[in-house]
Design a protein around this ligand. Structure first.
Ligand code: HEM
Length: 313
């Protein structure tokens, strides 16, 4: 069961990166001329443009990423089914396995019925569903048999950091779902402002469908800059807490020291990649790396949490 969980974990990690690549490529991230071409998802009314888009897809990078995504997702689905059979036979990790299966079905259903990845609800469903599967598998792989009864300070800090990271990933997803990557092109301020404005709630409204201009470009307003500013501010809080947890872990034994050091490196790298992406007009490689690093951070924190529960307080 452990071997199956580890292979599934690796596949989810791959799937999260592939899905980000497909989604971001389709939304035109880092296209040229930037940012005029960003958010060009085409209009369904424009049959010619749609046809051209399909032809273009066959020759674009998506021509290899789409079948690979399907293949990995299918193998993962079979592994999740096997995990459930084993979980019930061995009477271990039953709720986590059922939750994994539910998330797999949820992602398969939105993949089939969404007909496109661009409504905020669909984008968020994809991102949170993928990261949710990663968290469940990470929990299964890293779990320890005999945790201490009293949580140490490190366990408490890593639990809070996990919550904050989850929130930060969701806000990153909203930034992407609102096509807000080009809304602030200066760092650290956003064209002179430092705080999100009053349109922030609009960016969080998942019931919306984006309005699309006649030329196929998604329309948006001030909510784009607002959500990106929130993402930047919450990144500072998240990074500080993860660094604090990492520094605290350096005082413990060998295993915790390694996880702590890795977390400090990972979060610094994630922060750096976020800024670099903005100042270099968001090449897709950096945007996908930003997503993959977020997934690795989540795994690192889950490992820290699990290890710290078995270390002396
Ligand atoms: C702890 C630190 C951070 C984490 C965990 C994080 C995580 C994420 C995630 C998960 C996404 C969604 C990516 C996707 O759609 O595939 C995202 C998007 C984004 N992040 Fe971050 N982020 C962090 C810090 C930053 C920083 C410091 C900046 C820049 C100053 C930044 C800029 C962006 C931008 C512009 C997007 C939207 C680009 C896109 O559509 O991919 N992030 N972030």
């Amino acid at each position: 069961m452990r071997a199956l969980s580890i292979v599934s974990l690796a596949l989810v990690l791959l799937l999260i990166s592939l899905a980000a690549y497909l989604r971001l490529d389709h939304s035109g991230i880092g296209c040229t001329p930037w940012p005029e071409c960003y958010g060009n998802i085409g209009t369904e009314r424009d049959a010619v443009a749609l046809h051209e888009r399909l032809l273009e897809d066959a020759t674009s990078a998506r021509s290899w990423a789409t079948p690979m995504h399907r293949l990995v997702a299918t193998v993962l689905g079979l592994l999740v089914l096997s995990l459930n059979v084993l979980a019930f036979r061995e009477k271990r990790n039953r709720s986590a396995s059922v939750a994994l299966l539910a998330l797999t079905l949820f992602l398969a259903i939105i993949g089939v019925v969404s007909g496109g990845l661009h409504s905020p609800a669909v984008v968020m469903g994809n991102i949170l569903g993928g990261f949710g599967m990663l968290a469940l598998l990470g929990g299964m792989v890293f779990q320890k048999r005999a945790p201490h009864r009293n949580a140490s300070t490190l366990t408490k800090i890593s639990a809070i950091a996990l919550l904050l990271l989850g929130l930060q990933i969701a806000i990153g997803g909203l930034t992407s779902a609102n096509f807000a990557a080009a809304a602030c092109r200066t760092v650290p301020d956003c064209h002179g402002s430092w705080l999100p404005g009053s349109d922030l709630l609009k960016a969080m409204d998942l019931s919306r469908r984006h309005a699309v201009a006649d030329n196929g470009i998604v329309l948006g307003g001030a909510e784009r800059a607002d959500i990106q500013m929130l993402h930047r501010l919450s990144a500072v809080a998240t990074a500080l807490l993860i660094i604090a947890a990492g520094l605290l872990a350096l005082r413990f034994g060998h295993d915790l020291r390694i996880v702590g050091a890795a977390l400090i490196l990972l979060v610094s790298f994630e922060f750096f990649v976020g800024i670099l992406a903005i100042v270099t007009d968001l090449p897709i490689g950096l945007a996908v790396a930003h997503n993959t690093l977020a997934a690795l951070l989540l795994l690192g924190l889950l490992k820290l949490y699990a290890e710290s529960r078995c270390s002396e307080a």
